[in-house]
Design a protein around this ligand. Structure first.
Ligand code: SF4
Ligand code: SF4
Length: 435
C-alpha cells in the first residue's frame, strides 16, 4: 500500500475492493455444526443468559437478556440445542463468555419472528424494539443502537445520515447490501423520517460508487419520492467516519455531535433496524466481506453470528497461502484476530487475510518525532503525545490532548515509520474517558 503526503496530509491506502466484487452477489455461508455466540458484542455491558445447556432454540430465539443501560439482547442464530455456556475466543476481547449452540441443520425460525401488524410505534416502543432485537452499530465494536437513538429524545434532530461511504480498503459489504436492497434502503429512510420526525434524511455514497447513486436516484424518481437526499462525497479514507461525514454534508453544522442533533447510521445498521421493526427479526446474521490476497475466492457472505472465522473462510475455499495476519475489519481500523476460532460478531464487517508483504514488521522502534501521525490525523489531535502519555503512565496530562475526539481511523498507525501501535495506544487513552 502506498501513501501520499500533501500540506494537509491525506492517506491514500489502495482500495483493493475489486477482489470481493469478482463474485458480485451476496452468497449464503454454510451454517456450521457449532456456533459460539458471545454475550458481549459491543461497547457496554454483556447480556445475561436466559437459556441453559440442553434447551431447544430456533433462529431468532432470545438466549440472553440485556443487563444495564448499555446492553442489548442476544439471540440464537440458527435452530438447535444449547450445548454449553463458558469462556471462548472472542475477536475483539481475546476471550469472553459465550453460548454455544449445536445446529440441527434445519435453520427453523423462531415463531416470534414474523411481520409486525402495527409499525406505528411510539418513540419509547421503537427504542425498546431496537434494544430487544439486539441491534448495535454494525461496524466494529459498536455502541448499542438504542443508546444512540435515545440521544434524540426531546430534541429537534436536524438530520439522519445513512452512511454508505465505506471508504476503508477491502470492504464491500455495505456496497453490495445497497446494490441488492435499494428499495429497502428507501423504506428504511422513510421509516426513520417518520418515526424521528426529521426535516432531513440523507444517504451518503462515496464517489467510487456512482452506480449506487444513479440507481437510488432513479428509484426515487420512479416512486415519485423526494424526501431522501442522495449525497456524493469523496471516497478517500477515512471520509466514511461520521464526524467527517457530518462536516462534509452539513458544513454549517456547529452543534454537539453527542447532543442528538444529527445521527449517522451505517447502511447495515439502518437495514437491521428496519427488519427489527417490520419483521421482528433480531440481529443474528449479517453480510461479511471475506477477502484478502490469501484467499482464492473472496466473497460477500451472509453469515450467522457465532460462525467461526475459520468456518467463514472455508466458504471461500480456505487459504491459498498462510496469512501473516487475519483482521476483523479493514487494514486501517480493524483488529488483528490471533485465534481464528473466534466467532463473527454483530460488528464484523469483514474478515481480511493479509500476506506478509502487506503487513508491517512487528518490531516496534522508538518514536523519531517525524510528526507524520500528527499530519495524518483527520481530527487534529496529537497521537504521538497521547501514545507517549499512555506509555509513561502520565494519565493526568491526557485530558488536554483530547483522545476522546479520536475517530479510530488508524491513519496514525498506518503512517508511522517506527511501526508504533498508535491506534492501540490512543484507544487505551480513550478507554479512560467513559462513553
Ligand atoms: S488519533 Fe485517532 S483519529 Fe487521529 S489518526 Fe489516530 S486513529 Fe485516526
Ligand atoms: S509517526 Fe510515529 S515516529 Fe512519527 S511522530 Fe508519530 S509516533 Fe513518532
Amino acid at each position: 500500500m502506498e501513501f501520499r503526503i500533501s500540506n494537509q496530509m491525506l492517506v491514500f491506502p489502495s482500495p483493493r475492493k475489486e477482489m470481493s466484487l469478482l463474485n458480485p452477489k451476496i452468497k449464503k455461508a454454510k451454517i456450521p455444526s457449532v456456533l459460539t455466540i458471545p454475550l458481549l458484542q459491543h461497547r457496554g455491558q454483556a447480556a445475561v443468559p436466559v437459556v441453559k445447556p440442553g434447551d431447544r432454540v430456533f433462529a431468532g430465539t432470545k438466549i440472553a437478556e440485556p443487563a444495564g443501560a448499555a446492553s442489548v439482547a442476544v439471540h440464537a442464530s440458527t435452530s438447535g440445542t444449547v450445548k454449553e455456556i463458558g469462556e471462548f475466543p472472542h475477536p475483539v476481547l481475546g476471550r469472553g463468555t459465550a453460548i454455544v449452540i449445536e445446529s440441527d441443520e434445519k435453520d427453523t425460525p423462531d415463531p416470534a419472528v414474523g411481520p409486525r401488524e402495527n409499525t406505528d410505534l411510539s418513540f419509547e416502543e421503537f427504542l425498546s424494539a431496537v434494544r430487544d432485537a439486539g441491534i448495535t452499530g454494525m461496524a466494529g465494536f459498536g455502541v448499542p443502537a438504542h443508546l444512540r437513538l435515545e440521544t434524540l429524545k426531546g430534541k429537534n434532530p436536524q438530520a439522519v445520515i445513512l452512511n454508505g461511504v465505506e471508504s476503508e480498503p477491502y470492504l464491500t459489504s455495505d456496497y453490495i447490501l445497497m446494490m441488492e436492497n435499494i428499495l429497502e434502503i428507501v423504506e428504511a429512510a422513510k421509516f426513520f423520517k417518520r418515526i424521528l420526525r426529521l426535516p432531513k434524511i440523507c444517504l451518503a455514497v462515496g464517489e467510487d460508487k456512482l452506480e449506487v447513486l444513479e440507481i437510488v436516484r432513479s428509484k426515487l424518481f420512479s416512486l415519485s419520492e423526494d424526501f431522501l437526499e442522495v449525497v456524493c462525497v469523496p471516497a478517500h479514507y477515512p471520509q466514511g467516519e461520521e464526524s467527517l461525514l457530518i462536516r462534509k454534508i452539513l458544513p454549517g453544522f456547529r452543534g454537539d455531535l453527542q447532543a442528538g442533533e444529527v445521527l449517522v447510521f451505517n447502511i447495515a445498521t439502518a437495514l437491521a433496524i428496519l427488519e427489527a421493526i417490520k419483521f421482528r427479526k433480531p440481529l443474528y446474521e449479517r453480510i461479511v466481506t471475506v477477502t484478502g490476497e490469501c484467499l482464492p475466492e473472496p466473497k460477500n457472505l451472509l453469515v450467522k453470528i457465532g460462525t467461526s472465522f475459520n468456518d467463514a473462510i472455508r466458504n471461500c475455499k480456505g487459504f491459498l497461502r498462510k496469512p501473516d495476519r487475519v483482521l476483523m475489519g479493514g487494514p486501517m481500523s480493524g483488529v488483528c484476530v490471533e485465534d481464528w476460532n473466534a466467532p463473527v460478531i454483530k460488528g464484523t464487517q469483514a474478515i481480511v487475510a493479509l500476506p506478509p508483504e502487506d503487513t508491517k514488521p512487528r518490531k516496534v522502534l522508538p518514536c523519531i518525532r517525524c510528526g507524520l501521525c500528527l499530519q495524518a490525523c483527520p481530527v487534529w489531535i496529537n497521537p504521538c503525545l497521547i501514545a507517549l502519555a499512555v506509555e509513561t503512565g502520565n494519565f493526568d496530562s491526557l485530558k488536554a490532548f483530547h483522545p476522546e475526539r479520536c475517530v479510530e481511523c488508524g491513519n496514525c498507525s498506518y503512517v508511522c515509520p517506527s511501526m508504533r501501535p498508535m491506534l492501540q495506544r490512543v484507544l487505551e487513552a480513550k478507554g479512560l474517558f467513559p462513553i
